[in-house]
Design a protein around this ligand. Structure first.
Ligand SMILES: [Fe+2]
Length: 410
């Protein structure tokens, strides 16, 4: 075959071959890939169908019966009830200690006598999606996962001002509300929130979630974080980045880790973001977006100029994933990267490091689950070398811009 282009006649390059790679998620199975080559009529038919089906228009595409059968076997065509996608966030009270980040379990402080505990004076109850308690108005509206029938126990951390929601039975909410700031009746500690867990574990979960706290806790926690904030400001000024440990409550993290693992299995993460192979992603996912809204106050105490949230991005890195050295776009002037999960679990000593380049020097940063590193994503080049075999890490990138920023916030 030949054709003419201006004066010279041209032919199709004999080495030219066509490969089309399809990627898709299967509910309960995970990421699938298939590469089609233009070497058989059947592949040609499938490639034609996939091109038409994934084009951004509404024209219906009907595969022939043989092709349809192959597409169903592969999961490219799927019954509606097996369609991958988002799942609801179950923030019900935990029934066991699975996935509580290990340091929080091992460091459990058993020396506080139960009689010195009170129900957290910063606990608030919400009855249904629309009835946000007065104390939390303007602060928790982004919790879009709360349903009309949910009774929610909110626990606000007096150090970070981060609010954590837990769905509890109505009766429990009433009991806790009546006991707010008061001592827990002897013997009742473990029974405050119904759970199948044993008595010691139930007490531990209550304390870890800060539902019950030592009577001077609010004041001491507030002061401790004031000192930490001062240190963070100094670190940021000195190093151009700062590591902020234990940003999120371990029981909240436990629920989030369960949720994101289930969401991943349900195919809620999109595949291939074009920047990192072996990383699936969610943009402005509901739960991450809510956590984002809770972190603005704390960061505004640390950064030099007032900031607001722009967008957040969840990345699930598979074994072997590499994040190439780069800087971020204008919506990411401030980047707070927080690992939500690591499987197998790692901590501040063993985690897969992110590198930040500060004044020409590569600075490795290892983050435990719920720790964050804050830096100017537009200024400091950052990267990750290949993640070790057998390890998966879910990281949320919370992005912030100056309060005066007028560009798109996505
Ligand atoms: Fe980045």
């Amino acid at each position: 075959m030949s054709t003419s282009s201006e004066k010279k006649s041209v032919v199709i390059n004999p080495t030219l071959r066509l490969k089309i790679t399809a990627i898709w998620n299967r509910k309960g199975i995970g990421a699938q890939t298939l590469t089609l080559e233009s070497d058989s009529a059947a592949n040609f038919e499938m490639a034609k169908f996939l091109l038409a089906a994934t084009l951004d228009d509404d024209a219906p595409v009907e595969p022939g019966p043989e092709l349809a059968q192959r597409l169903v076997q592969l999961g490219m065509l799927t019954p509606e009830d097996e369609e991958p996608g988002p799942i609801g966030y179950d923030f019900g009270w935990p029934q066991n200690q699975d996935l509580i980040p290990a340091p929080n379990v091992l460091n459990f402080d058993a020396t506080v006598a139960p009689e010195s505990l009170v129900v957290n004076p910063n606990a608030h109850v919400q009855h249904g999606a629309g009835s946000i308690p007065e104390e939390l108005r303007g602060r928790v509206e982004q919790a879009s996962f709360i349903g009309d029938d949910d009774t929610v126990l909110w626990i606000v951390d007096p150090g970070t001002q981060v609010a954590a929601p837990y769905r509890v039975p109505e009766k429990t909410a009433e009991t806790l509300e009546a006991l707010r700031g008061k001592s827990v009746p002897e013997g009742d500690l473990a029974d405050l929130v119904p759970s199948r867990a044993n008595t010691i574990l139930r007490s531990e979960i209550l304390r870890r979630a800060h539902v019950v706290v030592p009577s001077d806790w609010s004041e001491s926690r507030g002061k401790a974080w004031e000192a930490r904030v001062r240190d963070c400001r100094a670190s940021l000024e000195r190093d151009e980045f700062v590591v902020i440990r234990d940003l999120l409550n371990p029981i909240q993290l436990q629920l989030m880790r369960r949720y994101y693992r289930a969401a991943s299995l349900a195919g809620a993460f999109m595949l291939d973001d074009g920047q990192v192979a072996k990383r699936s992603w969610c943009h402005n996912e509901d739960v991450a977006r809510f956590v984002h809204s809770q972190l603005v106050d704390l960061l505004n105490r640390i950064v030099p100029q007032p900031i607001k949230a722009s967008y957040c991005y969840l990345g699930l890195y598979e074994p072997g994933a590499v994040l190439a050295r780069h800087t971020d776009r204008a919506q990411c002037v401030w980047n707070l990267s927080v690992p939500f999960d690591a499987d197998p679990e790692t901590d501040a000593d063993t985690a897969w490091p992110i590198y930040l380049e500060v004044r020409g020097e590569a600075r490795p940063v290892r983050l435990g689950i719920g720790d964050g590193v804050l830096y100017r994503g537009t200024d400091l080049p950052h990267w990750r070398d290949a993640q070790p075999d057998g390890h998966r890490t879910t990281v949320c990138f919370f992005h912030f811009v100056d309060e005066t920023f007028e560009g798109a916030l996505t």
